[in-house]
Design a protein around this ligand. Structure first.
Ligand code: FMN
Length: 456
């Protein structure tokens, strides 16, 4: 039986997500991101394709590293303007039944008490289809926007994240016991106060006492995604994440990341196979290989290489406009995404990248590989990626939307289904049950959050 491939659609509540310039392609609806219709249509489409989830990235700052200012990003709409991703979830949930939601939330700029309530609200409204992509941010402009001089250092952000997780676990898992909600109309008792607890937290970064404001939602803790693949990021993922989102331009870069995340999870006492790892992928396909190549060439004509460099400068913290365009770049420690810079420097000694090559690469599909081919070739390549790197599936970025997703659904997914490598129906239950199996709506006892549960 071939391994089942999982798929998330990768999008963001903005005009340019991963393919700068392509929003001007006649078929692309990306600039309609500010309308509900864009999102409800997309959600229905993805559910037709049995996508596991829509995965929405988010940043709270502006990409102002390239050329030392915001102009390049503002002019080309490089992840700005960017609206709040959480607000989209109820609208998409209302027109779907099974699609999961992997929503990025940056814990560096929001207090865990208020954040926990927003996530619980969404887990209720989606009937247990909520996932949270735990990130710590990477842009200084975000830190300045909330009044800080600059962002907190890279590894310290993860230390803060560890403390943050203790707080939200306590709120989601330990404040309201199962059975605390009575909903008893006859007696007029909605809840039993004896079974609702004020949690106390006295950590290095957060100190608080609180009763969680929400009654327990179907999953309590949302499905936990993590994106961030530096050594410190992988350690954080191994301890907390149920799903990990990684990114790299080649199998050579991605395979060791996957092996390391699974090894660290095992060392943390968790089942390494139960961690679902998605790598980012961009797919351009058509009915024949030749038509796919023509489509790729047509897309290239719209791609913005300055946009690609603007993105890459923001991700890596390196202003590529200051480097010689045709000389290979090297690694230097920054406070942005360490793993993004590693992927184009130290992670693959056989491949050196110049700023010009990086700009061209990132102009279609950001940091991900781009697969171009017939449906059979794409299915072969995706299965090879799974076999060679041990990823469980892909966060599929779009070049044009919804075209990239509908091509996948109409051409590649049927081929994967014929091979037995893709589901033909959704599994029942919450998002976590769809990923982990029936009866697994809540986090397993082996997860660190479970120790905050109060036994009734
Ligand atoms: C594949 C990938 C996707 C990420 N997506 C986001 C995102 O949407 N929003 C965000 O603020 N940070 C995002 N990050 C950043 C990380 O969460 C983290 O805050 C930081 O940049 C450090 O990452 P590192 O461990 O790879 O160095 C992403 C990182 C990676 C590797």
């Amino acid at each position: 039986m071939p391994r089942q491939i999982r798929l998330n659609a990768f999008d963001m509540n903005c005009v340019v997500h991963q393919s700068p310039g392509l929003w001007t392609h006649p078929s692309c609806r990306a600039d309609q991101y500010h309308t509900l219709g864009y999102w409800t249509d997309l959600a229905r489409t993805l559910e037709r394709g049995l996508f596991d989830a829509i995965f929405l990235a988010d940043v709270l700052g502006i990409y102002d590293v390239y050329r030392g200012g915001p102009e390049a990003a503002l002019e080309r709409a490089i992840q700005v303007p960017v609206n709040d991703p959480m607000m989209l979830v109820p609208a998409m949930a209302a027109v779907t039944r099974d699609l999961g939601f992997g929503i990025t939330g940056t814990l560096s700029y929001e207090h865990p008490y208020t954040f926990a309530r927003r996530i619980s609200t969404l887990d209720h409204l989606t009937e247990g289809r909520m996932g949270w992509n735990i990130v710590t941010g990477y842009l200084n402009s975000a830190a300045k926007g909330v009044g800080m001089a600059r962002q907190v250092g890279h590894d310290t952000r993860y230390d803060i994240a560890d403390d943050y997780m203790q707080v939200v676990y306590k709120l989601w898992e330990g404040s309201w016991e199962d059975g605390a909600v009575l909903r008893d109309r006859a007696s007029g008792r909605f809840a039993d106060p004896a079974r609702i607890h004020r949690i106390a937290h006295d950590g290095p970064y957060f100190q608080l006492e609180a009763i969680h404001l929400c009654e327990p939602s179907p999953q309590r803790t949302p499905v936990l995604f993590q994106a961030g693949a530096s050594t410190r990021g992988r350690q954080f993922a191994a301890e907390h994440a149920e799903c990990v989102f990684i990114n790299g331009p080649s199998m050579r870069v991605v395979a060791p990341l996957v092996a390391d995340i699974r090894a660290r999870a095992a060392a943390a006492g968790r089942d390494p196979a139960a961690i679902t790892i998605f790598t980012m992928m961009t797919v351009i396909t058509d009915s024949t290989a030749e038509a796919a190549r023509e489509k790729y060439a047509a897309y290239r004509a719209y791609a913005s290489e300055i946009g690609g460099l603007t993105l890459m400068s923001g991700w890596t913290g390196v202003d590529f406009s200051t480097l010689p365009p045709d000389e290979p770049i090297g690694f230097s420690r920054r406070d942005a995404q360490t793993s993004a810079l590693e992927a184009f420097t130290t992670a693959d000694p056989t491949r050196q990248w110049t700023p010009r090559e990086i700009g061209a690469h990132a102009a279609i599909g950001g940091r991900s590989p781009v697969l171009v081919g017939s449906p059979t070739e794409i299915a072969d390549a995706l299965q090879a990626w799974v076999a060679e790197t041990d990823v469980d599936g892909f966060n599929l970025a779009y070049v044009v939307t919804p075209g990239t997703f509908t091509d996948m659904i109409d051409l590649v997914i049927p081929e994967l289904q014929r091979r037995g490598a893709y589901k033909t129906a959704y599994a029942p239950g919450t998002f976590r049950e769809k990923l982990q199996g029936p009866g697994q709506a809540r986090l397993p006892a082996s997860h660190p959050a479970a120790r905050f549960r109060i036994r009734s």
